[in-house]
Design a protein around this ligand. Structure first.
Ligand code: KG4
Ligand code: ZN
Length: 362
């Protein structure tokens, strides 16, 4: 299947992309809905699905045009059909089914979480050669909905090693950004604010859970940040009040807390990666590569720290190009190519599912 059109509508980005031979991105169109959700401080599912409905066809047209072709040139249609907001997934899946049926092309459903792990294998520049991964690999997905560690045997074969027991790391970033009044979308804004902070000025806890645990928890860290920003609450119940507001802090104090939060998060992620590497090595399944994907893989400190970690452990690092970290449809089309190679096609009964298949062995 040389030319696959991918569609992605699982959350607040409406995206379409044409990928050649599963690795070369010919077009990558993403229409973000940040402007629609900003005033609510988070994604409103009903608004998201309506916006997908309005935007998807123009986005598909732009992706096909940018790739310099016509819909008839496409060999297959792929869609992210899980996990995500069900109303939003339905919009993408319905469009993909309609295109596949009307063009007489195969339909392939793709798991969005696995697609994030595939994103590092794509190239946007025709002069680059797409990187191959040596398996088994250690995989980390850090997004707005997931924080999960995997033993990766191939692009479509992962075993869950650990996951968050409360907030996903991107979600924690977004909430921390609200506390610090850093702006929306929270993750990238907090990342930028943290770069003005003094890393030695504040310290927040690193939530590691039990000594061997590969799970994550970010709710305690969030509370620690809340108290650091607003002071300890005074009084009890309905009459309790915080001592202050983020507006009472100077820009420098907010940046210092942002960098403290960022360091606590990234230290925790890196510690868990080391633990997973040691545990897998101890059981005779030492990983050869490290794959990191999902929106938070755009984070400046995380990128620097995983580069260093991979070097220390002698692993080849696979992390997406900046434009392929957050939600996009190129990763959907890319992973679809692997499914096709394995003879895995879907039909028009393809369901949408709120949860990922990548947690099914949990
Ligand atoms: O993968 P993604 O686009 O959507 C989901 O699958 O959830 O990830 C979005 C998440 C958001 O929570 C966003 O704040 C976070 O990725 N994010 C970042 C950065 N860029 C995006 N978090 C920290 N630092 C960043 N630079
Ligand atoms: Zn995502």
């Amino acid at each position: 299947m040389p030319l696959i059109l991918g569609l992605e509508t699982s959350c607040d980005e409406t995206a379409a992309s044409v990928v050649k031979d599963g690795r070369r991105v010919l077009s990558n169109v993403v229409s973000t809905q940040h402007d629609l959700h900003e005033r609510y401080g988070g994604v409103v599912p009903e608004i998201a699905s309506r916006a997908h409905l309005e935007r998807l066809l123009p986005v598909v047209r732009a992706a096909v045009d940018d790739a310099g072709m016509q819909v008839q040139d496409l060999d297959a249609i792929a869609v992210g059909n899980r996990p995500g907001l069900v109303g939003s997934l339905i919009v993408g899946a319905s469009a993909a089914k309609t295109l596949a049926w009307s063009l007489g092309r195969p339909l392939i459903g793709v798991d969005h979480v696995l697609a994030h792990l595939f994103a590092p294998r794509l190239v946007e520049d025709a002069s680059e050669s797409p990187p191959d991964v040596i398996y088994p690999a250690l995989g980390l997905v850090v997004s707005g909905g997931h924080t999960s560690l995997y033993q990766v045997q191939s692009a479509n074969d992962v075993a869950l090693l650990g996951k968050t027991i409360d907030d996903a790391v991107g979600e924690a970033y977004d909430k921390a950004a609200v506390m610090l009044k850093a702006g929306y979308p929270g993750g990238p804004k907090l990342d930028r604010l943290a770069q003005q902070g003094d890393p030695a000025s504040q310290n927040l806890p690193r939530p590691l859970l039990g000594p061997g645990s590969l799970n994550f928890s970010f709710s305690g860290l969030k509370t620690a940040l809340l108290y650091a920003v607003r002071g300890t609450p005074v009084g009890r119940g309905a009459s309790s009040r915080f001592e202050r507001d983020a507006d009472d802090l100077s820009e420098q104090q907010r940046a210092d807390l942002a960098v403290a939060f960022q360091q606590a998060v990234v230290d925790t992620l890196v510690t868990k990666l080391k633990r997973a590497y040691q545990q897998l090595g101890g059981s005779g399944a030492a990983p050869q590569s490290l794959i990191v994907g999902g929106g938070v893989s755009a984070n400046s400190l995380l990128r620097a720290r995983v580069h260093k970690l991979a070097e220390q452990l002698g692993l080849v690092l696979h992390i997406p190009a900046m434009g392929l970290c957050v939600d996009n449809a190129a990763m959907i089309a890319g992973l679809a190519h692997e499914r096709v190679a394995a003879g895995q096609f879907d039909d028009l009964s393809l369901p949408v599912v709120a949860t990922t298949s990548a947690h099914s062995n949990a």
